[in-house]
Every structure is written in C-alpha cells, then in structure tokens.
Design a protein around this ligand. Structure first.
Ligand code: ADP
Length: 176
C-alpha cells in the first residue's frame, strides 16, 4: 500500500528491514545502544561489527532521540538508531516519545542528505507498545514531518508480519 504526502511517498511492505536498499534503515535500539534482540540483533548480525564499534563510541541515546552510524555491509548507506519508549500504560508520555523517535530519525536523515528511509515498527516488539496505537502515532508523525519538511522522497515501513502490515495499512487508509 502507498500514499502520497506533498512530493513524498509512504509505502508499506512486509519484509526484513536488513534487506532494504533505501539510503537509511532505522534500528529500534535501546538507550545504551548495546545489542539487543529483534530488529537490533538482526541489523548488527547482518551489518557486521563496524556498526557496534560506532555505537560504542557514541555511547547512548535517550528515548525519543536518534543517532546515525555506518551501515557496515548492509545495502543501506546509513543506520539511524532510534530509541522508542517502553510501553507501560499509555500515561507515561509513550505517544510523545514514540512520535519523537520518528521525528528525530527523519530529521537526522534530512540533515545527512538521505532521501529514502525504512522504518520497522518501533517499540511494538520487546517494548510492548500495542501495534494499532503505535501505527497511528508512527504514521501521523511521518505525515506531519513530510507535510512540513522537504528532502525525503520515500518513507517505507517494513513490517515483519502480515498482521502488522494489515494493521498499518488500515491506519494509513484512515489517515490519508
Ligand atoms: P522494540 O524493542 O522497539 O519493541 P523490537 O526489535 O523488539 O523493538 O521489535 C520491533 C518490531 O520489529 C516488532 O514488530 C518485530 O517483530 C519487528 N522485527 C524484528 N526483526 C525484524 C526485521 N529483521 N525486520 C523488520 N522488522 C523486524
């Protein structure tokens, strides 16, 4: 499924984010930038040790922020590591922090001249954010960023399951 916002495209696909050939792929990292499971483990395994070496130098990143490193041997040019919120009950700034994770990643991409970017479903794995709510926050944040900023041609969401793809597609349809 696809949608247009200004001159940019948002596209949804099912797949493995480590195989994306967009300029940037986004990692759902933890705040110490030390390897975890899920997307993070997959990116470090596929991209090789260069990525972790840069993460160690950077040292950490607060929830809602983002940092950028090499993509090692991945097809993408850069990996943007963002830290989503750990979901408690929805009353601990989770939505604000999740939106900020998307904004910070997009801003970093623009600052580095990267024109296409692939996101996983941040915070909806180990961090427990309900997928439908997270999809709404994620897509609203991306639409709002693309409405206000130039520089990004393509934003892809690469969802790991058919169920997640369906959820994101339903929300995107509602919002556009
Ligand atoms: P978080 O800690 O932010 O919740 P996770 O990595 O645990 O991050 O999960 C985020 C989402 O990414 C989950 O939906 C998970 O199924 C999905 N995921 C895991 N591996 C991959 C991958 N290789 N490509 C795309 N999505 C993935």
């Amino acid at each position: 499924m696809e949608a247009k916002v200004n001159n940019s495209r948002i596209s949804l696909a099912r797949g493995d984010i480590t195989e994306e050939a967009t300029d940037a792929i986004v990692n759902a990292a933890n705040s110490r930038l030390i390897g975890g499971g899920g997307v993070d483990g997959a990116i470090h395994r596929a991209g090789g040790p260069e990525i972790m070496a840069e993460c160690r130098k950077i040292g950490g990143c607060p929830a809602g922020g983002a940092v950028i490193t090499t993509a090692g041997r991945l097809k993408a040019k850069k990996v943007i590591h963002t830290v989503g919120p750990i979901y408690k009950d929805g009353k601990h700034q989770e939505a604000e922090l999740l939106a900020s994770a998307y904004f910070s990643s997009l801003k970093l991409a623009v600052d580095h001249g990267l024109k296409s970017i692939s996101f996983p479903s941040i915070s909806t794995g180990a961090y427990g954010y309900p997928v439908e709510d997270a999809a709404e926050v994620a897509l609203k944040a991306v639409i709002s960023f693309l409405s206000a900023n130039k520089g990004i041609d393509l934003v892809r969401f690469v969802l790991f399951s058919d169920a997640d793809l369906k959820t994101y597609a339903g929300v995107l349809k509602k919002l556009t």
